[in-house]
Ligand binder design. Sequence first.
Ligand SMILES: [Cu+2]
Length: 367
Amino acid sequence: MKIIFACLTYFFSNFLFSQELGQYIDENNQNSIIEYIFYNRYIILILVISILLYRIITTSINIFKLNMILINQPLKKIDWQYYTGYFMILFLLSGIFLSLYQFKFYGLDLWYSSATLHGQYYDFLFLIVTLLVLIVFFITHILLFYFIHKYKKNHNRKASYITHSNKLEIYWTSITSLILLLTVIYGNVIWNKIVINNPNKKDNNSIIIELTGEQFKWTARYAGYDGVLGNRSFRNIHDKNILGIDFNDKYALDDIVTNEIVLPVNKSIKMLISSKDVIHSAYIPEFRLQMNAVPGMYTSFTFTPIITTNEMRLKKNDENFDYILFCNKICGASHFNMWIRVTVLTENNYNNWIDRQTTFYQTINSI
Ligand SMILES: [Cu+2]
């Protein structure tokens, strides 16, 4: 019964909260829910197999019992707690095998190299934390299941009654605190390297790009030839001037507004991030970049892309690959569809691209 209940819970939570279902409903397709159930066919398969297995096992035990009664054999009570000790070893071995298999199956897909300068520090910290967690995972699980096996039900042994051990408390508290403290300190060093003492920040030659999130899209603004973003205010926002740029400010006249982000490779980029409505979060996984977009203020992230989109396509062996900046904060019904393409070009191609853009001032005056 518990297995069936677990499968049902898993299936319905998947069914109700998944983004795929939201996407289907958005398309107003009546057949889509049936399609979605079909998409979840493996879960249904597990559910059906579990019910069948449960029936087969309980029926066989009943047949066995009835058979024993028929041939007048006394029924021996099965000591399940004793066998559970052996099941635990089986559970441990299959658990270790499956977790290692998962690494082989998914591991390399998730472990892609970063496409920014600061990404290498981030990746090293991630590697250290992953190794730590894996070591703890294997040690604790092996001990947990081995001890359940070792101290399985035995009529000849009596359990000792221990209420408290100061020595044990001190050991397990201090060792875990020390490990945690070292990781936190090292994490802080990395954070400072990336965000506070970022070497890119020292030269003031960073290209400034403003990124504004709103339900449910991103808009980018480039500073233009003067390298300075013009002022903006929410009071100026109307259907054409979507960012509320103040055109009385001379710096605003050459600003360029785009619905894609194009970056030159090996150049420092300072991204000023903000939002028009709720809190969003700008996230580019390959850049190891994530920063909240908060209404009413700028947050910023300075980074240097080191791999162009074309180079990454070759690396990934995927000619359709694009860097994507996602929204990584659940910000409303169409959150899943809030993204903007990021293209990293060589410096020449970037300069050509930016020369081709018309200023936002020209664009809205020509509509
Ligand atoms: Cu969002």
